[in-house]
Each structure stands twice: as structure tokens, then as C-alpha cells.
Design a protein around this ligand. Structure first.
Ligand SMILES: Cc1cc2nc3c(=O)[nH]c(=O)nc-3n(C[C@H](O)[C@H](O)[C@H](O)COP(=O)(O)OP(=O)(O)OC[C@H]3O[C@@H](n4cnc5c(N)ncnc54)[C@H](O)[C@@H]3O)c2cc1C
Length: 338
């Protein structure tokens, strides 16, 4: 394991923020990860486990060790009449896994097409899009406790998945490095989920009445490409905020003031579209210098070139304040701010 000092992270975070890590190293195998956690440099310094850097906003240099996870491999570990169990190493690019599974006609991941980042991070915030979250297809993961060196398998109940949430963002935050994740995917009779966003409209436009998982992937890729900043072109970390979940009384109060409010049922509560609130508060398309709010999706804060992480963060705080004043709603960041 080679260590680099004062190492630029600009190309390793999708916000393209120009910061440096005091120490940087890359791990390419489970053995590398095991060696790393018994290395003093890792234990005595502040640590950051880095996947694709697509859910992180750096506001300053990282005064510790950044470990880029780069172990690769996708294998079928089990199979029965209806399901295939696919294991992917943490360093696999998420969308390469989705592509591979869709090509093999294994159903379950297609609605999560084109989400940036790596497999190892997918359970951390229970990634979700177009009506599907990874908890819907998650079988288990293997991780190592960085303090005890103990390897542990986590099953769905152990992960305590919630909306953009899991045990790894709460009681186990910073305690584990994930080696690999196993997904339980359907070999046939796929659950085609077209209920979210404008997937149905796109199917109609293309005259598709019975979409396959391959059709769903294609449609979602084209919707996402049209709506979201392209990674590598414009810096962002996707949704900067979570959609707030409110109780029914609050929803009724807001709906009477703002009849066009965009919302979705969420068990006995209501989820509000944070993008709509931000747009209504006047921020959509805002730009100052190199930072701003993406014109086609108000949930996404962007770096158009050489913005500082702190500028983006301050903009986020101003948006939170305005939304609080206007709607009495407290937005929470989805992005990890460091
Ligand atoms: C344009 C764009 C669109 C996006 N769209 C979506 C979307 O639709 N839905 C969605 O849910 N997210 C979305 N995101 C956010 C992001 O892609 C996901 O959160 C993704 O899972 C982050 O993966 P990563 O590998 O980049 O993680 P990183 O940003 O590198 O890390 C995220 C967190 O996971 C931890 N971590 C990473 N790997 C490991 C590991 N192996 N073991 C332990 N901890 C680890 C890190 O320490 C950090 O806390 C989007 C981002 C962008 C830029």
C-alpha cells in the first residue's frame, strides 16, 4: 500500500472541490483493507473511507488519512429457481453493477440506474431513486470493524435501513469498512416499477406497453441525463437535501397555503418534494460566481468550476434558512459535509 502525502482530492469527489488530504492511500483487495486497519498511520489519524466521492462536500483540506476503496469483482454466489444472489466488491462502480445485472436479465436494480458512486457506499445511505431503494434487493454485506478487526456479516435487520439512512450513519458511523454487498435479484417475473416520476409517460411516448427491465434502464438513464448535471462536467453530489417528511396536519396547513405543493404519501406521514420548496423559495437557477443551484433540479447545488466547498455549504445554509422562514420546514442535508 503506497501512501501519498498532501494529495489532491479534486478528481476524487464529484463536486470537484480542490482540497488536499494529509495522507492518501488506495486499497485494492480485502487483504489490503485488513493490512490497513492494523497500520498505525490509519489508527492514529482522522480517517475517511472514500468510494466515488459522490456524496461528500469537502469544505477544507482533510487533516488525516483518506482511503480510496478500489477492490473489484462481481460474482454469483448462489441461485435458486427464482433468484440469483450477486456479490459485488465495494470498489465496483455502482452503475457497472446495474448494467451487468440488467444485461443478464436479473431484475431489481434497474430503477437505480446511473446513480454515481461505488457499491460499498450503496447501503450507507440506502440509495434510492424512482420508487426503489437498495433495501428492496439487499441480501447482506460483509464488513470489518476498524477497531477490533472483527469481520461481520450484516443482514437487512442489522442495517436498520430508512430513507437515505442506515445504521452506518448512526450508531455504527465510522466503525466499519464494507468489503462487499450481496443483492437478491429476480431471474424472471420482474417487478416492473413505473409509478414514480415520468417513467410511464416515457413508455407511452416510446409505445412501450409492457416494459422490460432493459427498457426501464434505458428510460431512467435518459431521464436522469436530461435532468441532472453530468458527473465530470459540472460539480455536484446530486440531491444536496433530503425530502422532508411531515405529519398530516402540517401537510394540510401547507397545502391550503400552497395548493401546488408537491408531495407523496409516506406511511402515516407525507413526504414533501424539497426541490419544489427550494424552487418556490426562489433559489432554482441561482448562481454567484462558480456556485449555484442547478437550473433543471433545485435540489442540486453545483460547482461550475472553481467554487470553494465553503461557498457551496454557505449557500446550502441560506436555502435552509429561507425554506424555514417561508414554510416552517427544516431541511436536512443528504450530502456528507466534511
Ligand atoms: C449527479 C448525482 C446524482 C445522484 N443521484 C442519487 C440518487 O438518485 N439516489 C441516491 O441515493 N443518491 C444519489 N447520489 C448520491 C451518491 O451517488 C450516492 O450516495 C452514492 O451511494 C455515493 O457513493 P460513493 O461511492 O460516491 O460514496 P462516497 O461519497 O465516497 O462516500 C459516501 C459515504 O459512504 C462512506 N463509504 C464509502 N464507501 C465505503 C465503504 N466501502 N465502507 C464504509 N464506508 C464507505 C464514506 O465514508 C461516506 O461516509 C447522486 C450523486 C450525484 C453526483
Amino acid at each position: 500500500m503506497e501512501k501519498h502525502y498532501n494529495y489532491s482530492l479534486k478528481k476524487l469527489n464529484t463536486f470537484n472541490i480542490d482540497v488536499k488530504a494529509k495522507i492518501f492511500t488506495e486499497v485494492n483487495s480485502t487483504e489490503d483493507i485488513e493490512a490497513l486497519i492494523s497500520d498505525d498511520t490509519f489508527l492514529v489519524n482522522e480517517r475517511l473511507v472514500l468510494g466515488g466521492g459522490s456524496n461528500i462536500l469537502f469544505t477544507k483540506d482533510f487533516d488525516g488519512i483518506v482511503v480510496k476503496i478500489a477492490n473489484k469483482g462481481i460474482t454469483v454466489v448462489d441461485e435458486d429457481q427464482d433468484f440469483v444472489y450477486v456479490k459485488a466488491e465495494a470498489g465496483e462502480v455502482w452503475d457497472d453493477l446495474v448494467d451487468y445485472c440488467v444485461m443478464n436479465n436479473w431484475g431489481g436494480l434497474e430503477n437505480l440506474s446511473l446513480i454515481p458512486g461505488q457499491v460499498g457506499a450503496s447501503p450507507i445511505q440506502n440509495i434510492g431513486a424512482y420508487g426503489v431503494e437498495i433495501k428492496d434487493v439487499f441480501h447482506s454485506l460483509l464488513a470489518v470493524n476498524i477497531f477490533s478487526g472483527e469481520k461481520r456479516e450484516f443482514f437487512p435487520d442489522d442495517c436498520r435501513f430508512g430513507y437515505r439512512d442506515s445504521v452506518f450513519k448512526n450508531s455504527e458511523k465510522g466503525n466499519y469498512i464494507i468489503f462487499s454487498v450481496v443483492f437478491k435479484l429476480k431471474k424472471h417475473k420482474h417487478n416492473i416499477n413505473v409509478d414514480y416520476g415520468n417513467i410511464k409517460d416515457e413508455c407511452a411516448k416510446l409505445n412501450i406497453t409492457n416494459p422490460s427491465i432493459q427498457d426501464i434502464r434505458k428510460i431512467i438513464c435518459s431521464i436522469r441525463n436530461a435532468k441532472l448535471p453530468e458527473v465530470g462536467e459540472i460539480g455536484s453530489a446530486g440531491s444536496f437535501f433530503k425530502n422532508p417528511v411531515v405529519d398530516y396536519d402540517k401537510f394540510v396547513e401547507l397545502k391550503s397555503k400552497f395548493p401546488e405543493l408537491v408531495s407523496f404519501p409516506d406511511n402515516d406521514k407525507v413526504k414533501l418534494a424539497a426541490g419544489w420548496l427550494i424552487d418556490k423559495a426562489g433559489w432554482k437557477g441561482f448562481r454567484e460566481g462558480d456556485y449555484g443551484v442547478f437550473p433543471t433540479q433545485a435540489l442540486v447545488l453545483v460547482n461550475y468550476g472553481n467554487a470553494k466547498g465553503m461557498d457551496v455549504f454557505s449557500l446550502g445554509m441560506k436555502i435552509i434558512e429561507k425554506v424555514r422562514d417561508m414554510f416552517g420546514i427544516e431541511l436536512e442535508t443528504e450530502v456528507n459535509v466534511l
